[in-house]
Write a new protein. Sequence first.
Length: 307
Amino acid sequence: MSDEVSSLEVKPKLSVVIPTFNNLAVLRECLASWQRHATGQSVELVVIEDGCRDGTADYLRELCATPWGRRHARWFHEDNAHELRCTNRGFAEARGQALLAWQDDMFLQHGWLPRELIALFEQRPEIGLVSLGRGLLCHPLDEPITAWEHLIDWRRLESTIGHGAGNWFRLQEVDAVVRPWVVRRACLDRVNALDEVFRPTEWDEADLCFRIRQAGWKIATHGYERLGAYRHLGSSTIGRTMSEQYMQRVLRNGLIFHERWDAAIRAERGRPLKSWLRPFGAAAWAHTVGQMARAVSRRLRPAKSHA
């Protein structure tokens, strides 16, 4: 039996779920980044091709037939399912014990990141889900929500990666998250995947976080993007300017979320938030210290004179 075939029989520890739609050039770079930095690790990429018309299916078919692809990649077809349902399809097909909700315009930059995520779920059993970018703190606010802007009022929804110098080295407890995030499979087994009432997307992951918290796990965040562990192009498949139709969908979903969870938000007001030391490997430690030193140096650098 070849190494490629036998490796398929060993369940990976981390499954990376990547929905994609007509974004072939960017998807190539995304998958190449995982090939470059995570080959040989206990990682599989699960790509959900959502009815692409740009040659993506042919590319994935060829990639998955290569020696690397047979070890590390699988792909599945959906037809106009959109991100939420594609993510759920990926979760259903994934074999790992930790499931990473990734996007096709995110590029892995360092091999220590998947190793740290695997160690995190092995060593921190109370954590159910972790954001790799920013977390959200939900605050009670007795004002009506009648427009999209009201959902992101800082008094109601605070975005954070934690406070103080220590947040370079620790994870911070939060209420909810935004993509990318990684979830423990046991959490989905207990509370189910993303609720499709929120389709096509938005507020689905916040609702999942509250269900996981209700089941007894913690939600955490760390600024891995700030560390340069991965790079995110931003939205490369939807325009940067949100349409009125899109904002109305977000408003609808936000109202569903608040109807479900405002009582919990009020009840938890002022609760102490936990933190955890990151499960560093040597490469992650060295990279973090270097990035922190550069950040401090930039802050201390005197402003250039314009005289």
